[in-house]
Every structure is written in C-alpha cells, then in structure tokens.
Write a protein that binds this ligand. Structure first.
Ligand SMILES: Cc1cc2nc3c(=O)[nH]c(=O)nc-3n(C[C@H](O)[C@H](O)[C@H](O)COP(=O)(O)O)c2cc1C
Ligand code: SF4
Ligand code: SF4
Length: 257
C-alpha cells in the first residue's frame, strides 16, 4: 500500500515541502488537495496534508476539502502547516476536523519566507535562502518521524495568534471582496497562466480582458506567478517584491512541477 500527500499551495511552498517529504519517505504520490475526491484515500498507507496558514488558520477551502475525505480507522495521517510568521490555530483546525475519524495524527509546522504580497513584499533573497535551508532540514527530520510513526504533541496557537485572532476572523470574511479588486495592467500578454492557476476559478476572460470575481481564496498565485508582474491590486504598494518558491515551476497546464 503506497502513501498519498495532498497539498494546497499558492506560491509553491507547500508543494515544495510535499515534494521533499515524498522523496524522503518513498512510494508516495502527490495530489492537489482540491482533487482529493478523485482518490480512494482510505486505501493508502499514510496520508499527508500540507497547506499554508492564512490569518492564523488553515485556508477554509483546504479545511473543507479535508473535512470531505473519508479516512480509515487507525490510518496514519500527518499535517504540515507552512507558515511565514505564526502558525496560529492551523494544527488545532486539523485536529478538530479529524477528531471523529479515529486516525493517528502527527502535527508539524515549517517556517517559510512569507508570501502575502498585499501586506508585505518578499524578504531579501539571502534571508529567503536561509529560511528555506532550515525548512529543508526540517523536512528531513519530519520524514524520519513519519516513517517511525513518532507520536507528536499538540501544536497550540502562540501568543501573537491569540492577540490577533479577532482581526483574523474579520480579514478572512473579506477574502472574496478583496479578491474582486485584482486587475491586470497593460503589460499583460494574455498567456492566461493566472486563469489556469486559480484554485477557485475566480478569474474569467471577457472580450480578452481578465475579470476577478468574488470567489477568491487569497492564495496569491495569480499575482505572484504572473510572468509579466502584470497583476495588481489597490493594496499593492509600488516596488513591492514578488515571491514564489525557488524550487517550484508552473507548467503549461498551470500545474506545479
Ligand atoms: C492571505 C494570507 C494570509 C496569511 N496569513 C499568515 C498567518 O496568519 N501566519 C503566517 O505565519 N503566515 C501567513 N501567511 C503566509 C503563508 O502562510 C506562507 O507564506 C506559506 O508558506 C505560503 O504557502 P504556499 O506557497 O504553499 O501558498 C499568509 C499568506 C496569505 C496569502
Ligand atoms: S498571467 Fe499575467 S500576463 Fe498572463 S494573462 Fe495573467 S495577468 Fe496576463
Ligand atoms: S484570484 Fe488569485 S489570489 Fe484569488 S484564489 Fe484565484 S489565484 Fe488565488
């Protein structure tokens, strides 16, 4: 019986972590979390979930997909939160979502350089490299723990998360509205990579123009991966640097490789 890792990823960090774990634990397939319904998940040996943290929680779209998955009693499941500054309630969200399913849950978190370009620009390259090197070491360590079925403790919210929690709920309720304000600048070359990448199909084409609807999950894929840096937003300050995980590329079909 092989293993499966489901990832949800906007800028490639969660996907890159998934690839790293796959390489280390072997006999594992990777699949987008939003396609989990196409898999008989209960038949796999180990099941992994890897996702970013959005405003100190698991992205709602990812949590809903996890909620819909049928798992086997006693199945080994691991969850890894990729976070830029505070993992917050992310692992608690997963624990609660899986609480009735009687699985063996391992909880992990890995720090990444941070990707929320509507609030801040990318860190300097050398600092990104430092963080990603540390992440690589953690991937190796965590892979060992997964193979040993090591018991992990609960990862609880830290102080920053508890302080900012009320802001978090408000911000998360605004994702759709904020997402509808993205727009394409004139350097857009109509490659439609952003349309292919969007996990909620929030970007449509009308008379050759791109229109962002109100189903945005705030994953930042459209704005961060655009080859022309043509996607912008009223919250986007001029000269803010873009970030995508340096070990990941987007193929012609808009999938991560
Ligand atoms: C809308 C949004 C909210 C975020 N909120 C948090 C947060 O509360 N805490 C945190 O540590 N990182 C936060 N981040 C940063 C991401 O969790 C982090 O950059 C992650 O590695 C991105 O993973 P990905 O490349 O797989 O999408 C946020 C990012 C976005 C886009
Ligand atoms: S990815 Fe960028 S260049 Fe391509 S269609 Fe979207 S906005 Fe235009
Ligand atoms: S519109 Fe952009 S930020 Fe929103 S979900 Fe789609 S790709 Fe992600």
């Amino acid at each position: 019986m092989s293993n499966v890792i489901f990832y949800f990823s906007g800028t490639g960090d969660s996907y890159s972590i998934a690839k790293g774990i796959q390489k280390k634990i072997g006999d594992t397939i990777l699949a987008p979390l939003l396609k989990a319904k196409d898999y008989k998940v209960a038949e796999y040996n180990i099941v992994g979930f890897i996702f970013p943290v959005y405003y100190v929680h698991v992205p709602q779209i990812a949590l809903s997909a996890i909620n819909d998955i049928s798992l086997r009693k006693g199945q080994q499941v691991f969850a890894i939160a990729a976070y830029g500054g505070s993992w917050g309630y992310a692992l608690q969200d997963i624990r609660e979502a899986l609480s009735g399913k009687e699985v063996i849950l391992q909880e992990y978190k890995i720090r990444t350089p941070g990707n929320y370009i509507l609030e801040y620009g990318a860190l300097p390259k050398t600092y990104q490299e430092y963080i990603l090197k540390k992440a690589e070491k953690q991937i190796n360590k965590i892979s060992g723990f997964i193979l040993e079925v090591k018991k992990t403790g609960y990862i609880k919210p830290n102080l920053i998360a508890r302080i900012f929690h009320s802001r978090s709920n408000k911000q998360r309720s605004l994702f759709g509205e904020i997402g509808s304000k993205f727009y394409a600048k004139e350097q857009c070359v109509h490659c439609y990579q952003c349309v292919k990448l969007c996990p909620t199909k929030n970007i449509t084409i009308s008379n050759g123009n791109l229109i962002w609807g109100n189903k945005c999950a705030q994953c930042m894929a459209c704005i961060q991966w655009c080859p022309q840096n043509a996607v912008s937003h009223p919250l986007m300050k001029k000269d803010r640097r873009h970030y995508t995980n340096p070990n990941v590329v987007v193929n012609q079909s808009g999938e991560f490789e």
